[in-house]
Design a protein around this ligand. Structure first.
Ligand code: G3H
Length: 489
């Protein structure tokens, strides 16, 4: 077992001698897929949390600290040092991604490599931002030198499904813009930060990056209650985001950078290339067992083709290989959240009681910490699987006769992240796309939903997001425009 005994505060790897929490692996080396003890992490309390906050507040020092006032090239040098040290930890981190959250080998490697690329792209964009800030603007006799400055102290909380990549999609832009940060990883995917703690310690001045372990309510909540956090950056669910936001005594002063829930639909029109639509819907619904905010969480298929779609789609789902993440060709893996199989089963039972059936043979088969994706049809609005963001292996299919049906559902939905649209006729697609872009933020034409490439804006309407994350946009989300004005006299 990997016993993580230190946490990072004020540039020090502080040793923790108190209570610890056990971290279970999602998988085991035996064939029973039963979670086994992987290691322990410190269960820090309020005292340690406030100490991390103080370190971040002091390092920021109302914008006068070493980090927020550091020259751009020096900040970049720190970031470059960090990423080069990080790269040496690829094997360790990839292994922990597989063990901790059950992500398969190619996707775990992709998560690591994508994160490294994200950091390099951020550095390049930051350089461009700096070049742009050297320009002068002139309007109505006032010259302005506009640039971007940090916001202050950022509290970051990352999700379990991308414990490296999405964590860094918050931390990296926040840091490089001159903010100081406190980061608390999610419950699953927490040990994989251990190999990187020293790289953080070695690369940045003290107090710029503080990493805490523990429960949200004992670590994050007391930090928020002080009112000293300037930005709450969270990828996860809106319940946690709201709870933390409400702890802040002056929440109107709090900047939010949030990536939250989504219920992205696929709409398959009657003239769609069915092979392509099915391939993309398989990837969209089953990749990482549906545990992605961008996963396709409901499939609307036109009534003329739904029978054929269901037959072919469910056969491919059944043929997906389940196993340990490192095994060749494995697509479906055990789930890190122990209560997820029962939750998914509850959604299935509810749908069955209300008239849906499981149309694939293996749908709903369970083991200790897994449930095979159930394709449910016909799904209706009164079912929980239609209403809730399942974030796991269950796939609702709805047939429609009029395109207004899915459009109305999307308009009524609390979410508005992305949609996948499958069809061929340009005259049908063009006006539909114009409608869809006002309901969500990204329309994927003949492809499944996804966040990447990371240079494109990643955001959502309604309860799906606050602010935009991408290489380019995140630098803006974690900064504020400032300028010096010079009046022609
Ligand atoms: O869980 C939400 C992630 O942002 C999904 O990212 O589309 O790259 O898998 P992805």
């Amino acid at each position: 077992p990997l016993h993580q005994e230190t946490y990072l505060v004020n540039g020090e790897l502080r040793i923790w001698r108190g209570q610890t929490s056990e971290v279970y692996s999602t998988i085991s080396s035996t064939d029973d897929y039963k979670p086994t003890l992987l290691g322990t992490i410190p269960t820090l309390g309020k005292k340690e949390a406030i100490s991390a906050l103080d370190a971040a507040v002091n390092a920021y020092d109302n914008g006068q600290g070493l980090w927020p006032t550091m020259k751009v090239e020096d900040r970049i040098a720190c970031m470059e040092k960090f990423v080069s040290q990080m790269k040496t930890k690829r094997e360790e981190v990839v292994k922990l991604l597989m063990w901790e959250i059950g992500k398969n080998l190619p996707d775990s490697q992709k998560e690591f490599d994508r994160t490294v690329e994200y950091i390099y792209d951020t550095i390049e964009d930051y350089k461009q931002m700096d070049r742009d800030s050297a320009k002068f603007h002139k309007h109505d006799g006032v010259r302005a030198h506009i640039r971007r400055g940090p916001l202050g102290v950022v509290l970051c909380l990352g999700p379990y499904n991308y414990p490296l990549n999405e964590t860094f999609a918050l931390l990296i832009p926040a840091i490089i813009m001159g903010n100081t940060t406190i980061f608390k990883p999610a419950k699953h995917g927490v040990l994989l930060l251990s190999p990187l703690l020293e790289a953080f310690q070695n690369s940045f001045p003290k107090g710029v990056v503080n990493i805490l372990y523990g429960r949200g309510r004992t670590v994050a909540a007391p930090i928020m209650q002080t009112g000293k956090v300037d930005v709450l950056a969270l990828i996860g669910n809106s319940k946690s985001a709201n709870a933390l936001q409400n702890q802040h005594p002056k929440s109107n002063r709090l900047r939010l950078v949030l990536g939250l829930e989504a219920k992205n639909p696929a709409i398959v029109l009657p003239d769609a290339d069915l092979d392509l639509a099915i391939t993309e819907c398989i990837a969209g619904t089953t990749s990482f067992n549906g545990q992605r905010c961008t996963a396709l969480k409901v499939l609307y298929v036109h009534e003329d083709i739904v029978e054929e779609f269901n037959k072919r789609f469910s056969a491919i789902v059944d043929a997906l290989k389940f196993g340990n993440p490192w095994e060749e060709g494995v697509k479906l893996t055990p789930l890190p959240e122990p209560d997820k199989p029962a939750y998914i089963q509850g959604l299935i039972d509810d749908a069955l009681a209300k008239g849906a059936i499981i149309i694939n043979e293996k749908g709903g088969e369970t083991s200790e910490n897994y449930i095979f994706p159930a394709v449910l049809y016909p799904v209706s609005k009164d079912m929980r699987v239609f209403q809730e963001e399942q974030f796991g292996p269950v796939i609702p299919v709805i047939s429609f006769s009029d395109i207004e049906e899915p459009l109305d559902d999307m308009a009524e939905s609390n979410y508005g992240q992305q949609v996948s649209l499958f069809g061929k006729d340009v005259n049908t697609l063009a006006p539909l796309i114009d409608t869809l872009v006002n309901l969500v933020c990204r329309v994927n034409l003949n492809s499944s939903c996804q966040r990447g490439p990371d240079v494109y804006p990643f955001t959502g309407r309604k309860d799906s997001a606050v602010a935009t994350l991408s290489v380019h946009d995140a630098l803006r989300s974690f900064s504020i425009r400032t300028f010096v004005a010079l009046k022609d006299n």
